[in-house]
Design a protein around this ligand. Structure first.
Ligand code: SF4
Ligand code: SF4
Length: 150
C-alpha cells in the first residue's frame, strides 16, 4: 500500500481505519476469516467428536462457525465508498465530500461541533486528525496499520 489513494481508501475522513473494521470487504479480519474457513474445511463432524473425546468447548463450534461465516461475508466498501453501517449519525462523510477535503483537519472549521459523533468518538476523531495533520496520512497509516482496531 504505497499511494495516497490507497491510504485514503482505508482511512475515513474521521481518521478511523476502515480496513481494520470487521465489516470491511477487503479487511484483514474478513480475509483471515475466509482463510480460517478454508483450512477448517468440513470441521463440524469432527467438532462433535472432539467435544466428547477432548473438550466440551467444541460443542460451541456451530456458533463459532456461524460467526466466522458472518465475518467471511463482510461487504462494506468503507467510508469513502458508502455510508457507515455503525455510526449512522456521522456527518463527516457527506460534509468532507461537500467541502472537498480528504480529512477533517484540512477543513478551515476543524475541529467543528456538528460531526454527529458521540463524545468518545469525537475525541478520537480530533486526536487522530491532529496526528495526521502533524505527520501526514501515509506516515499515520504506517504507524497504526498493524495494531488492532478493537
Ligand atoms: S464505513 Fe463503517 S462499517 Fe464500513 S468499514 Fe468503515 S467503519 Fe466499518
Ligand atoms: S465542517 Fe466539520 S465535519 Fe465538515 S469537513 Fe469541516 S471539520 Fe469535518
Amino acid at each position: 500500500m504505497d499511494t495516497k489513494t490507497d491510504v485514503k481508501e482505508r482511512l475515513a475522513p474521521c481518521g478511523l481505519h476502515c480496513g481494520k473494521c470487521f465489516a470491511f470487504y477487503e479487511g484483514e479480519i474478513h480475509n483471515t476469516a475466509i482463510l480460517l474457513q478454508k483450512y477448517l474445511g468440513n470441521f463440524a463432524p469432527y467438532a462433535k467428536r472432539f467435544a466428547v473425546q477432548l473438550d466440551p468447548v467444541f460443542e460451541q463450534y456451530p456458533a463459532f462457525a456461524a460467526l466466522l461465516n458472518y465475518l467471511a461475508n463482510a461487504s462494506c466498501g468503507g467510508c469513502r465508498v458508502e455510508k457507515c453501517k455503525f455510526y449512522k449519525n456521522c456527518k463527516l462523510r457527506a460534509c468532507s465530500l461537500e467541502r472537498q477535503v480528504d480529512f477533517c483537519y484540512e477543513c478551515p472549521d476543524f475541529p467543528c461541533e456538528h460531526t454527529g459523533l458521540d463524545d468518545d468518538l469525537y475525541k478520537r476523531h480530533v486526536a487522530i486528525n491532529q496526528k495526521i495533520a502533524e505527520i501526514g496520512p501515509k506516515a499515520y497509516y504506517d504507524e497504526i496499520k498493524d495494531t488492532p482496531r478493537y
